[in-house]
Ligand binder design. Structure first.
Ligand code: FA5
Length: 348
């Protein structure tokens, strides 16, 4: 067989092989075998020096032609196989864009946080600062500085968990009053603050009592603050919270840290005062405790009661939320039942 015939049959056999191969790895093997440095075509080209001079260019260019032809065939086959592999992968990984997406459950602020933030916004709008207190508090601030010395009978109403004789978990947010008063620089103006937070008491849980609940403390100290300022402030706040038609009334009460002390009622937002199940047919809803800061409390915080006076109040936002949303058991707020909590879901 002539060299030319040999090359021709090599071309045809290889071409056929290339067309049949179904795998990219095998195709590469064929390429290396036939077109590589040790392949038959390179061998022919290498053996050309044995040929008579006039045949060399003819054989050389024919061998080159075959090499280019086969290289192109490999390239074409490679494209076909790659496309087929891609088609198969796409077929396997078909994405149905009409399927419903996976739902990621999204949380929302707790209803009590929402109510507290709403009350905070009202006071911030009136120029109050928000002060954070400590949930683990000293007996000194929780009781003594609030005019409740160790043997005071009113301590019984606010028993709590003691970490040591002097450290407890606070029973109200009132200790923040003492902590803020002793730090305030009155040369820079009046003190106007609120302090929201958790408080804890040895109360038996029932529909309106929880051993852990929230309070929002309020305190204003300046020269010539009167009971009129307290009443006016609370009236504005209650109207913002429960509607412009609301009225408030003050009833005498007792707290060791205020003198005089009052309980504040707001006219019922459901019946407007005529009597219904929300206001227990009285027309009024008890909403907070308040009073004029006791002179002894001012004095203990280094403030001269002959020069300064002030008012303070303590509000229970859990009870506000209960009234506002008709929740008849305070424990619902703390049981983490999503069927209950999701009713108050807000879009953040
Ligand atoms: C106080 O704690 C006073 N420190 C409030 C105060 C501050 C008066 C400043 C004057 C000046 P009292 O114990 O009444 O007061 O609680 C205040 C509010 O907390 C109540 O009106 C009620 O809304 C809420 N509260 C009290 N105990 C519980 C409880 N166990 N569960 C839920 N809310 C409660």
């Amino acid at each position: 067989m002539t060299l030319k015939a040999q090359l021709e049959s090599l071309r045809d056999e290889t071409f056929e092989k290339i067309q049949k191969v179904a795998d990219l790895k095998e195709l590469n093997q064929i390429r290396v075998e036939i077109l590589g440095k040790k392949g038959p075509i390179t061998e022919v080209l290498r053996g050309m020096k044995e040929l008579p001079a006039e045949e060399r260019p003819v054989v050389g260019s024919f061998a080159n032609e075959i090499r280019d032809y086969l290289a192109q065939a490999v390239e074409n086959r490679k494209e076909v196989l790659e496309q087929a592999a891609l088609d198969a992968a796409l077929e396997k990984e078909t994405l149905d864009v009409t399927l419903p997406g996976k739902q990621t459950p999204q949380g929302s602020r707790h209803i009590l946080s929402q109510v507290m933030e709403e009350i905070e916004d009202i006071f911030v709008g009136m120029g109050y600062q928000i002060v954070e207190g400590y949930e683990v508090e000293a007996d000194h601030y929780n009781f003594e500085r609030m005019n409740l010395p160790k043997d005071h009978p009113a301590r019984d109403m606010q028993d709590t968990f003691y970490i040591s004789d002097e450290i407890l978990i606070r029973t109200h947010t009132s200790p923040v009053q003492a902590r803020t008063m002793e730090k305030h620089d009155f040369s820079k103006g009046a003190l106007r603050m609120i302090s929201p937070g958790k408080v804890f008491r040895r109360d038996t849980d029932d529909a309106t009592h929880s051993h852990q609940f929230h309070q929002i403390e309020g305190l204003v100290i300046d020269k010539e603050i009167t009971m009129g300022d307290l009443k006016g402030t609370l009236e504005v706040v209650m109207k913002k919270m429960f509607g412009e038609d609301r009225n408030i009334r003050l009833r005498p009460s007792y707290f060791p840290f205020t003198e005089p002390s009052v309980e504040v009622d707001v006219s019922c937002f459901k019946c407007g005062g005529s009597g219904c199940n929300v206001c227990k047919h009285t027309g009024w809803i008890e909403i907070l405790g308040a009073g004029m800061v006791h002179p002894d409390v001012l004095q203990m915080s280094g403030i001269d009661p002959t020069e300064y006076s002030g008012f303070a109040f303590g509000l229970g936002p859990d009870r506000v939320a209960m009234l506002r949303y008709g929740v008849n058991d305070i424990r619902s707020f703390y049981q983490n039942d999503l069927r209950f909590l999701n009713q108050f879901k807000v879009k953040e």
